[in-house]
Design a protein around this ligand. Structure first.
Ligand SMILES: [Zn+2]
Length: 123
């Protein structure tokens, strides 16, 4: 079950087979990562390709870069890749501090934030 407030540990416990790396992102993106993992598993079930040695699926790095989510995975299916890039795209509209709607901010240091979490110098 999805907790109301998702913490790093929740995701690691819920999706141990997918997460073989740390989560190098702020807490605001944890619901996004939770949904991405859930959708990946649902998609694998729908196309009937279980995760296996021949058809692997696990993340090797999940981090923020230039304001958006980067989730690097070892995978063998196109569906997995489509889902991952869809969530990477969505991250540019979600504040990585609180999870509220946001957008890309900053001139030199680029990040994604809601109004409240935008630095005064970037407003
Ligand atoms: Zn925020």
């Amino acid at each position: 079950m999805k907790p109301e407030k998702i913490r790093y540990q929740n995701i690691e416990e819920q999706f141990p087979q997918l997460l073989q790396c740390g989560l190098e992102v702020n807490e605001g993106w944890l619901p996004l990562i939770w949904d991405m993992c859930e959708q990946l598993l649902a998609s694998r079930e729908a196309i009937n390709i279980p995760i296996s040695k021949e058809n692997p699926l696990h993340f090797v790095q999940i981090k923020e870069k230039f304001g958006t989510l980067r989730a690097y995975a070892v995978t063998s299916t196109e569906e997995d890749e489509k889902i991952i890039s869809m969530f990477e795209d969505m991250s540019q509209f979600i504040c990585d501090v609180c999870g509220d709607p946001g957008k890309i901010r900053g001139k030199h240091w680029v990040y994604t934030a809601c109004d409240a979490h935008t630095k005064p110098s970037d407003k």
